[in-house]
Design a protein around this ligand. Structure first.
Ligand code: 5AD
Ligand code: SF4
Length: 445
């Protein structure tokens, strides 16, 4: 009997990338083979994101496309998984008739049974959230292209309940994964040739593992030390840090290990203490500045990237200007920038009015984007003339002769190939830069 074919599309965050890899691992055991061609698929899955309304709209367009595919192949099974599945539940089955299967982020182990239900002519749905599920024992089937860099989930869910954020509702309570399984997964990746891992969680600083038998609690710092100690040949990154929880101790640990990468993603969201309070972020503008100063003290060569939301409920022009001034003060090296999008059921949706008009949100977002453009360019210009250790990831899209890789600071560098390839470490001298990349040449050590 020929194997069935699975086509999977992934939207949203890095955690969804890992979840898709877990789903493929589960379905490969059920005799599904992956295909990149939707036309030959027996099962189409779309792993979805609910973080902003436009993320959901994009997925609705794709679901329509899958409906058209189903007209061509009536045996095709269409499944929606991930955060939209969790948020919209039965509604997805009611409103989009061609959806057969709806599975939330904690129910992927149930996929085989649900697929059987679908095969017997029913619809399959499971959106139960769990307090324990971490898929710790499953080896994700890597879907990345370069085989150099992989994501490793160390925890799931979020307990912060920032007032704008849907994640605690779609991904459930925070829970940490057994450190032994994390360590084993990272070792296996290194043995397969991977040279960089990114440890993932919504708030990695609150990682905590304690078993009934053991007296010791494994904190995030302790976990990082264990992973860094596997081998100095493996780079380790992590995301996301929360400004209220990132400690001096963590920064000191990072300073001890050169393979813990010198780049910290520290979402600020707003530069105004009043807005941060309405967002329920748990820190003030000054607290954030204090954390930036600590990073500069312990890791002077580290880059700092961030997330910013423009036009949150009640944001005044003054408050928006405070975001711009904090951006300048910090000199962010990189940022993800968004317009506020109200999400149903969140505290902000219940308590505050989404009262910043659309055109004002756009204007503020444009100001933020244009300032960040200048800051990102400054950050790259500072690297000209310096030499960095670069981990090669692949050949440049623009020229087959050039390679590209990343510095520890997470900046992309393009340089002539000279016989090196993915997974190699090289010293590269930066000669110039564009707004997005550094351009350099490999030098001998
Ligand atoms: N509207 C706009 N941006 C949001 N984010 C989270 N929720 C919302 C929302 N409702 C942004 C935050 C977060 C990033 C992952 O997405 O900046 O850090
Ligand atoms: Fe959302 Fe805040 Fe949790 Fe991040 S920390 S996922 S912004 S609730």
């Amino acid at each position: 009997m020929s194997k069935k074919k699975l086509y999977i599309e992934t939207y949203g965050c890095q955690m969804n990338v890992v979840d898709s890899e877990v789903v493929v691992a589960i379905l490969q055991k059920q005799d599904y083979d992956l295909t990149e061609d939707m036309a030959e698929a027996d099962l189409v899955l779309v792993n979805t994101c609910s973080i902003r309304d436009n993320a959901e709209q994009k997925v609705f367009q794709r679901i329509k496309e899958f409906g058209r595919q189903k007209k061509k192949n009536e045996n095709l099974v269409v499944g929606v998984i991930g955060c939209m599945a969790e948020r919209l539940k039965e509604k997805l089955l009611e409103e989009d008739r061609w959806v057969d299967l709806v599975v939330g982020p904690d129910a992927y182990r149930e996929l085989p049974g649900l697929l059987e239900e679908v095969e017997s002519g029913q619809k399959g749905i499971n959106t139960l959230l769990s307090l324990e599920e971490t898929y710790a024992d499953l080896s994700p089937v890597r879907l990345d292209q370069n085989h150099v860099s992989a994501f490793v989930a160390i925890m799931r869910g979020c307990d912060n309940f920032c007032s704008y954020c849907v994640v605690p509702f779609t991904r459930g309570r925070e829970r940490s994964r057994d450190p032994y399984t994390i360590e084993n997964e990272v070792r296996e990746l290194f043995e397969k040739g991977y040279r960089e891992v990114t440890l993932l969680g919504q708030n990695v600083n609150s990682y905590k593992w304690k078993t009934e038998e053991s007296e010791v609690t494994v904190t995030f710092e302790a976990l990082l030390e264990r992973i860094a100690n596997i081998t100095p040949e493996l780079r380790v990154r992590f995301a996301t840090s929360h400004p209220k929880d990132i400690s001096d101790g963590l920064l000191q640990t990072m300073a001890k290990f050169p393979n813990l990468c010198r780049s910290i993603h520290l979402p600020v969201q707003s530069g105004s203490t009043a807005v941060l309070k309405r967002m329920k972020r748990g820190y003030t503008r000054e607290d954030y500045m204090n954390r930036v100063e600590a990073i500069r003290k312990y890791l002077p060569e580290a880059t700092i990237s961030t997330d910013i939301i423009a036009g949150f409920c009640g944001e005044t022009e003054e408050e928006h200007k405070e975001t711009l001034s904090l951006m300048k003060w910090t000199g962010f090296d990189f940022a993800y920038m968004f317009k506020y999008s109200e999400r149903p059921d969140t505290l902000a949706a219940k308590k505050y009015k989404d009262d910043v008009p659309g055109d004002v949100k756009s204007k503020r977002l444009n100001e933020i984007i244009s300032l960040q453009g200048a800051l990102s360019l400054d950050s790259k210009k500072r690297d000209i003339g310096k030499t960095f250790e670069v981990l090669v990831e692949g050949t440049s899209k623009k020229s087959q002769k050039d390679l590209f890789g990343r510095t520890s600071q997470n900046k992309v560098v393009v340089f002539p190939g000279n016989g090196y390839g993915p997974g190699d470490y090289l010293e590269v001298k930066v000669n110039r830069c564009t707004s997005a990349t550094l351009v350099g040449e490999a030098i001998r050590k």
